[in-house]
Ligand binder design. Structure first.
Ligand SMILES: Cc1cc2nc3c(=O)[nH]c(=O)nc-3n(C[C@H](O)[C@H](O)[C@H](O)COP(=O)(O)OP(=O)(O)OC[C@H]3O[C@@H](n4cnc5c(N)ncnc54)[C@H](O)[C@@H]3O)c2cc1C
Length: 552
C-alpha cells in the first residue's frame, strides 16, 4: 500500500532541504523528502578543501558531461552535480553570493511578480547569520540558519596582493560583497572586490543539509528516503498525485495529498517533468512517452556562467607552498584535525567581486583571484602545482545565451542531454572579449606585476581580440551555475512556472530549485537557490491554507 503524505519533495539539495524544514515547521503536514544520493557524513564533504575530492567522486556526484558545444569549439564540458544529502551545496566551492539587486528586478520584469530586490532582500536577511566587522571586531549579524563566514583572517597573506591590484584598477574594497551600502561615489552597489564569504561554520562546510535538514529531522513529521531515484511524477485528471521511485532496484510509490514539489536541480527537474509526460510534445512522443501536458518550455532556457582562468608563477609564497608538497599537506592535515583551522579550513576561492567592463552600465563580470595554481589530472581531479603560483579568472556574469536539457530516452537512469549553447549570442562573445581585456589590465596592475615571476602559457598579454575570443572558446569552462530550465514567467508560451512556482497547467505540482530562476543571477547560485526555496515554501504554505484540500 502506497503511503500518503501532504507534500512530497524530490531532491534533498540546496532547495529541497530548505523546503523540508519550512514545510514541517508548523507540525501540521506530513512531508516526504526523497533523495537519489546517500549520506553527507563524509570527511571530504565536511572539510572545505575536500572540494577537490568530491569534484569527481561518483559516491556523491552525478558527474554529467555536456554535449559537444559548438560555442566552445565542440568541447564536451564536465558538469559535476551533487548526488548526496545537501545536493550541490555538499560539493560546491562554498562561496556565498546573494547576487546583485538588478538581477532580481530583472526576474520581476520577466514575469516573476513579487521577486524584485526589495522582497528578496528581506528573505536573505531572514536566512542568514553573517560575520560583521565593527570597529575592528567581528560580531554576528542576523539569526538565520545559513552561516555566512568571513574567513579573511585565515586566508593566505598573498591574497592581499589581489586587493591591492584591484584598488589600482579603481575597484573599491568591499568588506562584505553581499552588503549594498559600501559602494563609493563612482561605483554601483555591490561593485568592487573583497574576500569571499563562505558557507563554512567552525572550519567545516555548512551545507543546506546542515542548516535546514538536520534540525528538521528532529521533527516527527518528516520522512527522508535516501538512495532512491524518483522516476516520474504520477498525475491524474491534470493533477499531480504522487511519485514513482526505485530503491535498490525495487519500485515504490508514494501519494501526495496536497502537492509534489520537484527540487531535483536544473538538470534533473526538467528531466523528471519530461519523463512524466510534461514537456514538449514532440520530444516526449519521440521517446514513446504519453503526453500528459504539452509544455514546450520544459528544459529550455538553460543559463550558466563560463569563466576563463589564467595561471602565473609567483616570486613569493602562495598557498601552493603549504599544499603543493606531501610534507605541507601532512602539516596542514594535522593542523586541521587538531584545531579545524589552517589552510584546509578555507575554500580556495579567496577574493572575488563584480566589476564593469568598458562602457557597461552595470557590473557585468565577476573576477576571482586565488592564491594557488593547479592543473587538472586525467581523472578530472585538480592537483595543486609544485612551485608557488596563483590564478586570475574572469566570468561574464550576465550571459544572454540559452541552452537546453532534453531526455535521451524514456529510461530514468539515462542522463539527459545537456546543451549549454555557450557564446551563441554576439553580446556574449563581445562580453567575453571585454572581460578578457579586464584580465589583461589586472595582470599589468603594479601590485600584481610585483609578485609575478612568470606569466604561464597561454599568455593573455600576447592576445588580440580575435585570440581572446578563441582563448575563451578553447579554455573557458562552466562554473556549475546551471539554472532556468523550468523558469518562472508570464505564461506557458514563454515559461514553465508561474510566479508562485506552480507548473503551468498541472495542479498540485511545483518546481522549486535553481531551475526556477527566470535569468541566472550575476554571481554564484547557491544563495539565491536557498532564498528562492525559502520564499517558495511561504507560497506553498499560503496556498495550502486556502486550499479546499486542506485537512486542518
Ligand atoms: C562543483 C560545484 C561548485 C559550485 N560552487 C558554488 C559556489 O561556490 N557557490 C555557489 O553559490 N554556488 C556554487 N555552485 C552552484 C550551487 O551549488 C547550485 O546552484 C545549487 O546547489 C543548486 O541547488 P538545487 O537545489 O537547484 O540543486 P542541487 O543542490 O543539485 O540538488 C538537487 C538534488 O536532487 C537530487 N536528485 C536529482 N534527481 C533526482 C531524482 N530523480 N530522484 C531523487 N533525487 C534526485 C540530487 O541528487 C540532488 O541532491 C556549485 C555547483 C557545483 C556542482
Amino acid at each position: 500500500m502506497a503511503q500518503t503524505y501532504d507534500f512530497i519533495i524530490v531532491g534533498a539539495g540546496s532547495a529541497g532541504c530548505v523546503l523540508a524544514d519550512k514545510l514541517t515547521a508548523n507540525g501540521r503536514y506530513k512531508v516526504l523528502l526523497i533523495e537519489a544520493g546517500g549520506t553527507d557524513r563524509r570527511f571530504w564533504v565536511k572539510i572545505p578543501v575536500g572540494y577537490g575530492f568530491t569534484f569527481s567522486d561518483p559516491e556523491v556526484n552525478w558527474r554529467y558531461s555536456a554535449a559537444p558545444d559548438p560555442g566552445l569549439n565542440g568541447r564536451e564540458a564536465y558538469w559535476p552535480r551533487g548526488k548526496v544529502l545537501g545536493g550541490s551545496s555538499s560539493i560546491n566551492a562554498m562561496a556565498y553570493v546573494r547576487g546583485l539587486p538588478h538581477d532580481f528586478d530583472d526576474w520581476e520584469a520577466a514575469g516573476a511578480t513579487g521577486w524584485g530586490w526589495e522582497n528578496v532582500r528581506r528573505s536573505y536577511q531572514a536566512l542568514e547569520t553573517n560575520d560583521e566587522w565593527h570597529e575592528g571586531r567581528c560580531r554576528l549579524r542576523g539569526s538565520g540558519p545559513v552561516r555566512v563566514t568571513d574567513l579573511s583572517a585565515r586566508m593566505h597573506p598573498f591574497a592581499r596582493n589581489f586587493l591591492a591590484g584591484a584598488q589600482e584598477m579603481g575597484w573599491p574594497f568591499l568588506q562584505d560583497m553581499n552588503a549594498r551600502a559600501e559602494a563609493g561615489a563612482n561605483t554601483l552597489p555591490g561593485e568592487g572586490m573583497g574576500y569571499v564569504r563562505s558557507t563554512v561554520k567552525d572550519g567545516r562546510r555548512w551545507s543546506s543539509a546542515d542548516a535546514f535538514l538536520r534540525p528538521a529531522l528532529r521533527r516527527g513529521n518528516l520522512t527522508v528516503v535516501s538512495g532512491a531515484l524518483v522516476e516520474k511524477v504520477l498525475t491524474s485528471g491534470g493533477r499531480a498525485t504522487g511519485v514513482a521511485y526505485r530503491v535498490k532496484g525495487q519500485p515504490e510509490v508514494a501519494q501526495a495529498g496536497r502537492e509534489v514539489i520537484l527540487s531535483a536541480g536544473a538538470v534533473n527537474s526538467p528531466q523528471l517533468l519530461q519523463l512524466s509526460g510534461i514537456g514538449p510534445a514532440a520530444l516526449l512522443q519521440r521517446h514513446g512517452i504519453a503526453v500528459k501536458h504539452d509544455l514546450p518550455q520544459v528544459g529550455q532556457g538553460l543559463q550558466d556562467h563560463l569563466a576563463v582562468s589564467h595561471f602565473f608563477w609567483a616570486n613569493t609564497a602562495t598557498l601552493n607552498d603549504r599544499l603543493g608538497s606531501f610534507a605541507g599537506q601532512m602539516k596542514a592535515g594535522l593542523q586541521y584535525v587538531m584545531t579545524h583551522k589552517g589552510p584546509l579550513s578555507v575554500p580556495v576561492n579567496q577574493c572575488s567581486g563584480f566589476v564593469r567592463t568598458k562602457g557597461a552600465a552595470l557590473p557585468d563580470v565577476q573576477v576571482y583571484c586565488n592564491p594557488a595554481s593547479y592543473s587538472t589530472r586525467a581523472n578530472g581531479k585538480p592537483q595543486i602545482d609544485k612551485g608557488n603560483g596563483f590564478l586570475l579568472c574572469v566570468q561574464p556574469s550576465r550571459p544572454t545565451s540559452r541552452g537546453q536539457i532534453t531526455i535521451q530516452s524514456a529510461d530514468p537512469a539515462q542522463a539527459p542531454r545537456i546543451e549549454p549553447n555557450s557564446l551563441s549570442t554576439d553580446e556574449d562573445k563581445a562580453t567575453a572579449v571585454r572581460a578578457s581585456h579586464l584580465l589583461q589590465a589586472l595582470v599589468q596592475a603594479p601590485a600584481i606585476q610585483a609578485v609575478t615571476r612568470e606569466r604561464r602559457v597561454p599568455d593573455i598579454l600576447e592576445m588580440d581580440d580575435a585570440a581572446l575570443l578563441e582563448n575563451f572558446r578553447e579554455r573557458s569552462g562552466s562554473v556549475f551555475h546551471a539554472t532556468c530550465t523550468c523558469r518562472m514567467g508570464r505564461d506557458a508560451a514563454g515559461s514553465v512556472l508561474d510566479a508562485r512556482l506552480r507548473v503551468h497547467g498541472v495542479a498540485g505540482l511545483r518546481v522549486i530549485d535553481a531551475s526556477s530562476f527566470p535569468n541566472v543571477t550575476s554571481g554564484n547560485t547557491n544563495a539565491p537557490t536557498m532564498m528562492l526555496a525559502a520564499r517558495g515554501a511561504e507560497l506553498v504554505l499560503e496556498d495550502n491554507k486556502k486550499s479546499p484540500l486542506a485537512a486542518e
